[in-house]
Design a protein around this ligand. Structure first.
Ligand code: SF4
Ligand code: MG
Length: 274
């Protein structure tokens, strides 16, 4: 039972991307769906094990490199972004993934996000957002809604939450998308596009923490709130993307993509040649 989604992955022939480690995630955690989608996408893209590197910080999401048989780096709290940037610059031939939760990426490591975005470093960032600190047993995180009772704020969280998609757009990320852990096909589609995008890709993946969040990102509530972006949305329209990011409904799909902007490595290459 512990590795539901990953056992399924084995059945589909993706064992080669999996280490023998079983996840310690709680039964019913949304992270199984995210893992399942990612393993299928790298398989569909035909990426070989030695062509990928997964870098994570600390948290339930941070355990990810232990499960994937590729180059991996389980780093310090909040440091997946700068270390994945370094990996990409040192080894541009690698496909590099940065993985972390809402506390890790937006709280402890929040200061790194604007810089990978403005530099347009070719890393795909997977933000596993369950709006709570799961590993440390349910404290308010940067995405916990104001007023929700948590382990650290039993009378209600007094802080205004961050909006991850609006933040990434404002910081200048050249690819911004949102997925829902309960919609594996939808996640596969945005992951595929994000990995193929040349430049920094930001994936906001909303996912229930079934153990510590009984109010916000529950399976029931997310199933009601999540909806696809309007099919008329043009992904080169930055202002429309920001407006849709602020909508209280949780829209999924690609908010924004700038395919023409050179990546950081393209800039360095042009300078080297010039
Ligand atoms: Fe998932 Fe929450 Fe359990 Fe962590 S504590 S594994 S986020 S359900
Ligand atoms: Mg979290």
């Amino acid at each position: 039972y512990i590795s539901d989604a990953l056992v399924k992955v084995r059945g589909e022939g993706f064992l080669d991307y999996r280490t023998r480690e079983l996840p310690t995630w709680c039964p019913g955690c949304g992270y199984f769906g995210i893992a399942h989608a990612l393993l299928q996408v790298v398989g569909a893209l035909g990426l070989r094990n030695e062509e990928m590197c997964v870098v994570s910080g600390i948290g339930c999401a941070g355990r990810f490199p232990i499960f994937m048989k590729v180059y991996g780096f389980h780093t310090l709290h909040g440091r997946a972004v700068p270390i994945s940037s370094g990996v990409k610059l040192a080894s541009p031939e690698l496909t590099v993934f940065a993985i972390g939760g809402d506390g890790d990426i937006l709280g402890i490591g929040g200061g790194h996000l604007p810089h990978i975005a403005r530099k347009n470093i070719d890393v795909t960032l997977f933000l596993f957002d369950n709006s709570i600190y799961g590993l440390t047993k349910g404290q308010s995180s940067p995405t916990t809604p104001m007023g929700n009772a948590t382990g650290s704020h039993p009378r209600g969280n007094p802080d205004t939450p961050l909006n991850p998609v609006a933040l990434a757009l404002s910081y200048g990320a050249s690819f911004v998308a949102r997925g829902f852990a309960g919609d594996v096909d939808g996640m596969k589609s945005i992951m595929h596009q994000a990995i193929n995008h040349k430049g920094f890709s930001f994936l906001h993946l909303v996912s229930p923490c079934v153990t510590f969040d009984k109010e916000n990102y529950t399976w029931k509530r997310l199933s009601e709130l999540v909806m696809p972006l309007p099919h008329t949305h043009a992904t080169d329209d930055h202002e429309a993307a920001l407006r849709l990011a602020r909508d209280e409904r949780i829209m999924t799909g690609v908010f924004y993509q700038d395919s023409l902007r050179p990546s950081y490595i393209d800039h360095l290459e042009a300078q080297r040649q010039g």
